[in-house]
Design a protein around this ligand. Structure first.
Ligand code: MD3
Ligand code: FE
Length: 188
C-alpha cells in the first residue's frame, strides 16, 4: 500500500486522540453528517452562533493539535505545482464521512485572503465531489475523488459552490467504511 496515505491516516489518528471528531451544528441548528476536527494554528468551528476560525477547540478548551510536517509539506508541494508558490496553511480541517453522509453545496468564504488556495486531500473510500459555479443554482459537475487524490482550488475557482454527494457503501483497506478529507487553508 501507499506509504504516504498510511502516514496521513496515522497522523489523523494521533490528532484525534487530542481533538476527537465531533458532529458540529450549523447556525440553522442542524447536525452535520460528516464529523470534523482540526489541526494547525486555527480550526474551523460551527455552532448555533455561526461559523468562525478559532485557536482553541471548544470541546476541550485546548489549542488545536499542531499541523504535522507531513501535512504541511504535502499541501505546500501541491499548491506549488498548481502555481501557488508561497502557500503556508495555518489551518487544516479534517472531515470524516461515514457511508450515508454528505456535505451540501456551499462556498468557503470564511477566510479573509481569497488569493490563497484551498488544498484538498482525499483518503479512504471514494466520494462524488460536486463542483458548481458562483451561484447556488448553477449546474454542478461530478468528479470522483479517490484515496490519495489531491486537488488545489484557487484563483477563479476559489468561491465556487461545491459539495459531496451521499457516500456510497464501500470499504477501503486503510479506513474501513470511511472517507477522510483534509482541507488546508490560510485562515487569517
Ligand atoms: C472548491 N470539503 O471542508 S474538499 C470543506 O470533500 C469541503 O470534504 C469537501 O468542501 C470534502 O469545506 C470538499 C474540496 C474543496 C474544498 C474547498 C473548496 C473544494 C473547493 C473551495 C472552493 C472551491
Ligand atoms: Fe468547502
Amino acid at each position: 500500500a501507499c506509504q504516504k496515505t498510511e502516514q496521513l491516516i496515522s497522523a489523523i489518528s494521533d490528532i484525534t486522540q487530542e481533538a476527537p471528531f465531533r458532529n458540529m451544528t450549523t447556525p440553522n441548528g442542524a447536525s452535520m453528517s460528516a464529523a470534523m476536527t482540526n489541526c494547525g494554528e486555527y480550526g474551523w468551528v460551527s455552532d448555533q452562533s455561526g461559523y468562525r476560525y478559532s485557536t482553541h477547540d471548544p470541546v476541550s478548551g485546548k489549542m488545536w493539535p499542531s499541523m504535522p510536517t507531513v501535512f504541511r509539506e504535502l499541501a505546500q508541494i501541491a499548491a506549488k505545482k498548481a502555481g501557488f508558490n508561497n502557500f503556508t496553511p495555518n489551518a487544516c480541517l479534517i472531515n470524516r464521512y461515514p457511508v450515508g453522509s454528505r456535505m451540501g453545496l456551499h462556498q468557503d468564504k470564511d477566510e479573509p485572503d481569497l488569493s490563497a488556495p484551498i488544498v484538498s486531500v482525499s483518503l479512504g473510500i471514494p466520494a462524488t465531489f460536486l463542483f458548481g459555479g458562483l451561484k447556488r443554482k448553477d449546474q454542478t459537475t461530478k468528479v470522483q475523488l479517490d484515496n490519495g487524490d489531491v486537488v488545489v482550488f484557487g484563483g477563479v475557482a476559489r468561491l465556487n459552490y461545491h459539495g459531496v454527494a451521499t457516500i456510497k457503501d464501500n470499504v477501503h483497506q486503510l479506513t474501513k467504511r470511511l472517507r477522510y478529507n483534509l482541507t488546508f487553508r490560510l485562515a487569517t
